[in-house]
Ligand binder design. Structure first.
Ligand SMILES: [Zn+2]
Length: 375
């Protein structure tokens, strides 16, 4: 009997062990079910029965909240393939789950991106407006909202987000906001607003160019010249578009010469070199103009400089005029087919200037090209 009492702790330990084991059995059974659903879901997926697969996989959601990242990846895959309905289906289901705030917000952003891709802009905008105060997502949310305003031409709505943009560090958002405000032709910006916008978003070049052009239009030549020069000091590559207008601002000759020399020697700008050669020709030193072009051509081969050299040589050596004219016409025909601008983000090429790249939808990335055909 005494020995039996000694066995009691062993019996208790066995009972505990057995109970624990059966719990584990149930857990294992549950996991086996999940694995079964998961594998049949994947099987549907692999055999191109995607709708069935999604249903099967979504049934697991309530059980396996830990695998949400997998679902997000799957939904993003569908979106990339252009299967927006399926991506929306998954994201909407995930959005209904009770999840920690950061995860729920990420899903809300993804769902908004699906709606955007599917052209459901109102729904996307509504979800995104509810997310602008989420600090970690703010930049992505604002970029997506701006994409909606571009797609719907609701330029004026960008002004609602000035303070939110200020809270981010993003350069591209600031450039985007400045451009969206310039784009709003229903409420065109006057000189004062353009001046403020240029100061508020110094990264953006467009408010500065539009300010200069507006001043020029309103015949405030002196102020326009200052504004055009500010553009040139920030983006000398725009000289080809700016110099023709700046030339009509009645700049004193010495200042014009200084400005061109600076662009020619420090920035190696082609258009400025042509203007400087013309200035030398106009002031009676066409030999010096020829010399300048020859010198620059040795440093950087460029077809436009070569063309101007031929034109000036026709003046200097009238006997060669006929032969040179033929070559020059060929060069002009060649240049007429060449692109003038290209996007530094996606490489889109065009003869027309765009503030918004038609290909990658980035602001101010389409710039005048440089190189042998450059201006
Ligand atoms: Zn582009």
């Amino acid at each position: 009997m005494e020995l039996l009492f000694l066995l009691l702790p062993i019996a208790a330990a066995y009972g505990w062990f057995y109970g624990r084991n059966s719990l584990r059995q149930e857990e294992l059974k549950g996991k086996a079910n999940v694995a079964k659903n998961l594998s049949s879901g994947l099987n549907f997926l692999l055999t191109d029965q995607e709708d069935k697969a999604i249903e099967q996989l979504l049934q697991l959601l309530d059980i396996e909240a830990a695998s949400i990242d997998t679902y997000l990846a799957l939904a993003n895959l569908f979106r990339r393939k252009g299967d927006w309905d399926k991506a929306i289906h998954i994201h909407e289901k995930l959005h209904q789950l009770k999840l920690p705030k950061p995860q729920a917000q990420t899903i809300q952003l993804e769902l908004a991106r699906d709606y955007f891709s599917a052209g459901l802009f109102d729904r996307a905008e509504k979800l995104l407006r509810g997310l602008v105060d989420a600090e970690l997502l703010r930049e992505a949310v604002l970029k997506q909202l701006f994409s909606i305003f571009i797609a719907t031409h609701d330029w004026h709505k960008a002004a609602d987000f000035i303070q939110h943009v200020d809270k981010t560090e993003s350069r591209s958002l600031r450039i985007g906001l400045a451009n969206l405000r310039c784009e709003d032709t229903k409420n065109p910006l006057d000189v004062l607003s353009l001046r403020m916008l240029s100061q508020q978003y110094p990264q953006a070049i467009r408010p500065k160019i539009e300010l200069a052009r507006k001043l020029h239009q309103e015949q405030h030549d002196e102020d326009a010249a200052v504004a055009f020069k500010a553009v040139l000091s920030q983006k000398p590559q725009w000289a080809a578009d700016i110099l023709p207008q700046l030339r009509t601002c009645q700049l004193p000759e010495q200042e014009w010469y200084q400005l061109l020399s600076n662009l020619v020697h420090k920035q190696k700008n082609i258009t400025a070199t042509i203007y400087l050669a013309d200035w030398l020709t106009d002031t009676g030193s066409s030999q010096a103009a020829e010399q300048l072009l020859l010198e620059k051509l040795q440093q950087q081969p460029n077809i436009r400089l070569f063309q101007r050299l031929l034109q000036i040589r026709q003046i200097n050596q009238p006997s060669q005029r006929e032969a040179l004219q033929g070559v020059e016409q060929l060069i002009q025909a060649y240049l007429d087919t060449k692109i003038l601008y290209s996007c530094r983000n996606c490489g889109f090429k065009t003869r027309q200037a765009y503030w918004l790249c038609p290909s990658c939808k980035q602001w101010e990335t389409v710039e005048p090209i440089s190189g042998i055909d450059g201006r």
